[in-house]
Design a binder for this molecule. Sequence first.
Ligand code: ADP
Ligand code: NA
Length: 332
Amino acid sequence: KFTPRVFSGIQPSGGLTLGNYLGAMKRFVEMQGPEFETIYCMVDLHAITVWQDPAALTRNTRELCAGFIAAGIDPEQSILFNQSQVPEHAQLAWIFNCVARMGWMQRMTQWKDKAGKNQQNASLGLFAYPSLMAADILLYHATHVPVGEDQKQHLELTRDIAIKFNNDYGVDFFPVTEPVIEGAATRVMSLRDGTKKMSKSDPSDMSRINMTDDADTIALKIRKARTDPDPLPETLEGLEDRPEARNLVNIYAALADLTPEQVIAEHAGQMFGTFKPSLADLAVAKLSPISTEMARLMDDPAEIDRILARGAERAREISVPVLRRTYEIVGM
Ligand code: ADP
Ligand code: NA
């Protein structure tokens, strides 16, 4: 009954990281094709759930759009747009705020992590974030949502909201969405701390590789990445208690389009003094064409704005009728 349709988003809350690229953007590119309609969004309404400097938000939104295109998203084939330019996202989120329960939101680990100890001082928007995310997805009746591991719980909540809405109103209107969490890099970890995910919001720049880092910076960050003194094992099981080593193997695998098993088979017995330079070369080879293209696109911000405006128009061809029908179902 529902058209196979992919939706996903990335926050323009800072520069893109290798985690965003491998866990999300590279997967978005792979899903572009005849099998799915693909819709990708810069989620600026999500970004402002924590403070964003206005000028930086504008620049980061354009840079993220350049990143999508440089990584291989074709703005003709996919719908590529900015969330705040499609008002139906915020409108549907309000309906979902009235469907979702307080207790559901309170259980979200991202809320607990991001709000920290002082929940009373976190924005109301940060608390309601998953309800807006459900609106992003369900506004397009998306059936498949490629994301990193950290978004799994939010996608379960999206399913709960769709199911409760359909039950409450006795309709079969919103699809129950499938999360697509696949590949070797569903959770790229910090280079400084194997227990934390790599994130654009980590205060330490050495913890992450940014898509805009130059070759020397990438090599330096990989050289300084925390590891242990042992060589790479013969099999993947040998990495079970070595999260930092496992992380570098996963990154290598995702960049090279190999499985972690294949990477171990190729590099078994190597010391990190040898493996890290190979990884750095691979990362530079894969990322530098993207960052060069991003810089070229950023030279023409007016063209980026035109692409986003056109993307928003195309998004609204879908979102306006879905919101109108939702209002009818609710009795408005
Ligand atoms: P960030 O956490 O860097 O601010 P977003 O919240 O904008 O990133 O997430 C955008 C997408 O990137 C999501 O699908 C998320 O799961 C994915 N993602 C973010 N960080 C990582 C990571 N370290 N490893 C894998 N995927 C990630
Ligand atoms: Na995230």
